[in-house]
Design a protein around this ligand. Structure first.
Ligand SMILES: Cc1cc2nc3c(=O)[nH]c(=O)nc-3n(C[C@H](O)[C@H](O)[C@H](O)COP(=O)(O)OP(=O)(O)OC[C@H]3O[C@@H](n4cnc5c(N)ncnc54)[C@H](O)[C@@H]3O)c2cc1C
Length: 485
C-alpha cells in the first residue's frame, strides 16, 4: 500500500466521537481515542476550572454536575499504572500541582508479621490528590492532546437519530445541547457519571436499556486537614479499616492535605451526630490506629454525604444493542458504594476496553462494536461491581446486627473468606500483598488470593480471632463518646 492509500485507509478508520462528560472517565476515554487518531469532542455541563494552582482549583471550581467532587478520591494503583503507562505527562502534571507519591501498602510494612518492604512493592504506588486537583491535571493534559476539543457549559439534553442499522433499533447520530445546538458524530460515548440521563434520553427515542438502581446504603462523614510542613500523617495499615458499626478511611492527597472519613450505615440514626465537628473528633480519638490523622490543621468542616444510589445500566438486552451508535463507560455504566475507591480505576479500564474494541472492529459496524464492548465489560469489570455489591449487602446486615448488639453470621463463603482475609492481613506478608493486589485493582481475587492458596490460609489464621483487627470502641462506647458533650 502506498503512502496516499495508507493515508486514505487511516482517514476511513478515523471516527468522530462525542464524549458526554469531562470527568475522569470521559477525559481518559478522550485521550485514549485521540491518540489512536480519532477526532474527539468532549461536552460537559459544568464550567472550566479557575486559573491558578491546586488551592484555586480546590476552592474555586464549581462542579454541580458531580456531587462527590469535594469528597476523598484515591486513584488506586491499578488506575495509576494505566495512567502512568499511557499518559506519563499527565502524572508529571499532577505531581507539579502538588500530587504526592503514595504506596498503598506502606502503612502495613511495620505491622505484625508483614515484614517490611519487599521487591515488587512498587506496584502498589499511586499519586494522591484531591479530586479537583487530579481532574484539573487530566483536563489540562486532554486539552493539549491533538484531536480533542473540550466544550464546557454544554449540557446534553437529547439524542439525534438517523437511519437504523439494525431492524427496530434506533441509531444515534449525535446529541442536542441545551439551547438547541445539534452536534453530530460517528459514535456517542456516555461518560456522564452515576446520574447519567442517557437511559431516559434513549427511552425518548424508543430504546429501553436495562437499568437497576438501589440505595447504596452508606453515609460518609469527612473532614480535610493540612500540615504546615507539607507532610501527610504516618499511613494506617490500610487506607480503609473496618470497626464495629463504622469504617474509617484515611486518604492522603496533594500539597500536604489529607482527608479522614467515617462511613456508617445510612440506617444508623444514632451515629448521625458524627456530622457535628466536636462529636466527630471525640469519635476519632477512640481509634488509636487512625486517631493521629485527625490531628492536623482542619481545612473544612465535617461534610456528611448519603443518599447515594448504586446504579447499573446495560445497553445490550437479549443479545442485541437497544440502540446503536452509543455506548456507556465508567459510572454511566455502573457505580457502587465508593468506600473501596474503585470508581476512577474502573473508568480508566473501561476507557481502555473501548479503545481496544474500537481498534478491533472500527465504528462501521455499530452492532458488533456494542456487542464486543458489552462482552469485554461483562468479563473484565462486572465481577468487581458484583463483588462490591455483595460486600455492601453483608456489611449493612452486619452493622444492622451490631445496632441490635448481636454478632453477624452468614453461611456465604465469599463474605466469610473476606472477613478472614481482613483479620489475617497483618499475620502474613503474602496475604497482605494479595489483598492490596485485589483492592488496588491490580489482580482478581482468583489470581491473587484463591489460586496461591492465600484465602484458605487466611481462614486458618483467622480461627478464634476477633472480627476487627484494628483496635476500636464497642458500639456502646462509641455512642457514649458521641453523647458526651
Ligand atoms: C463519596 C464518593 C467518594 C469516592 N471516592 C473515590 C475514590 O476514592 N477513588 C475513586 O477512584 N473513585 C471514587 N469515587 C467514584 C468516582 O467519583 C467516580 O467513579 C469517578 O469520578 C468516575 O466517574 P466518571 O468520570 O465516570 O463520572 P463523573 O465523575 O460523575 O463525571 C461525569 C461528568 O459528566 C458531566 N455531565 C453529567 N451530565 C451531563 C450532561 N447531561 N451533559 C454534559 N455533561 C454532563 C458532569 O458534569 C461530570 O463532569 C467516589 C465517589 C463518591 C460518591
Amino acid at each position: 500500500m502506498g503512502g496516499t492509500d495508507r493515508r486514505k485507509e487511516r482517514e476511513r478508520s478515523m471516527v468522530h466521537t462525542l464524549v458526554l462528560g469531562a470527568g475522569p472517565t470521559g477525559l481518559m476515554t478522550a485521550m485514549m481515542l485521540a491518540v489512536e487518531g480519532h477526532r474527539v469532542t468532549v461536552l460537559d455541563r459544568d464550567p472550566s476550572p479557575p486559573k491558578g494552582g491546586a488551592e484555586a482549583t480546590w476552592s474555586g471550581w464549581k462542579r454541580p454536575g458531580v456531587r462527590q467532587f469535594p469528597q476523598p478520591h484515591l486513584l488506586l494503583p491499578g488506575g495509576y499504572r494505566l495512567l502512568a503507562a499511557e499518559f506519563p505527562a499527565a502524572v508529571e502534571r499532577l505531581v507539579g500541582l502538588g500530587g504526592s507519591r503514595f504506596n498503598m501498602i506502606s502503612g502495613a510494612w511495620d505491622v505484625g508479621e508483614t515484614g517490611g518492604p519487599q521487591p515488587g512493592d512498587d506496584r502498589f504506588e499511586t499519586v494522591a490528590a484531591r479530586r479537583p486537583v487530579l481532574e484539573a491535571a487530566l483536563l489540562a493534559e486532554a486539552e493539549r492532546t491533538p484531536g480533542i476539543t473540550v466544550r464546557r457549559e454544554a449540557q446534553v439534553t437529547g439524542l439525534l437519530t438517523g437511519t437504523a442499522r439494525t431492524a427496530g433499533r434506533p441509531h444515534v447520530t449525535g446529541v442536542l445541547i441545551r439551547g438547541g445546538e445539534q452536534v453530530e458524530a460517528d459514535l456517542v460515548i456516555d461518560a456522564s457519571g452515576r446520574h447519567s440521563q442517557v437511559a431516559a434520553m434513549l427511552a425518548g427515542i424508543g430504546a429501553t436499556p436495562h437499568e437497576e438502581r438501589a440505595e447504596a446504603g452508606f453515609r460518609y462523614y469527612t473532614r480535610y486537614f493540612h500540615s504546615a510542613d507539607g507532610m501527610t500523617p504516618r499511613p494506617t495499615p490500610s487506607p480503609i479499616c473496618h470497626h464495629n458499626s463504622v469504617t474509617i478511611g484515611t486518604v492522603p492527597a496533594d500539597s500536604g492535605t489529607w482527608s479522614v472519613t467515617i462511613a456508617t450505615s445510612s440506617r444508623d440514626q444514632e451515629l448521625r451526630s458524627l456530622a457535628d465537628i466536636d462529636a466527630w473528633h471525640r469519635a476519632m480519638k477512640l481509634y488509636p490506629t487512625e486517631a493521629h490523622w485527625a490531628e492536623g490543621e482542619p481545612i473544612t468542616g465535617v461534610t456528611a454525604m448519603g443518599g447515594l444510589e448504586s446504579t447499573y445500566r446495560r445497553f445490550v438486552v437479549d443479545d442485541l444493542p437497544v440502540a446503536t451508535g452509543i455506548v456507556a463507560v465508567g459510572d454511566a455504566w455502573a457505580s457502587i458504594n465508593p468506600v473501596f475507591g474503585t470508581g476512577m480505576t474502573m473508568g480508566f479500564r473501561h476507557a481502555a476496553l473501548l479503545r481496544d474494541t474500537l481498534r478491533m472492529v472500527g465504528a462501521d459496524d455499530p452492532v458488533e462494536l456494542a456487542l464486543r464492548l458489552d462482552d469485554a465489560t461483562q468479563k473484565n469489570l462486572e465481577p468487581v461491581w458484583e463483588s462490591i455489591t455483595a460486600w455492601d449487602r453483608h456489611r449493612l446486615a452486619e452493622i444492622d446486627a451490631e445496632m441490635r448488639g448481636e454478632a453477624y453470621s452468614t453461611d456465604d463463603n465469599d463474605w466469610n473468606v473476606d472477613v478472614a482475609l481482613n483479620i489475617a492481613r497483618s499475620k502474613d506478608p503474602a496475604i497482605v500483598r494479595g489483598l492490596v493486589d485485589v483492592g488496588g485493582l491490580l489482580a482478581t481475587p482468583e489470581e491473587a488470593l484463591v489460586k496461591p492458596g492465600l484465602a484458605q490460609k487466611a481462614v486458618e489464621l483467622a480461627v478464634g480471632a476477633s472480627r476487627y483487627p484494628d483496635p476500636g470502641p464497642t458500639r456502646r462506647e462509641l455512642l457514649a463518646a458521641l453523647a458526651n458533650d
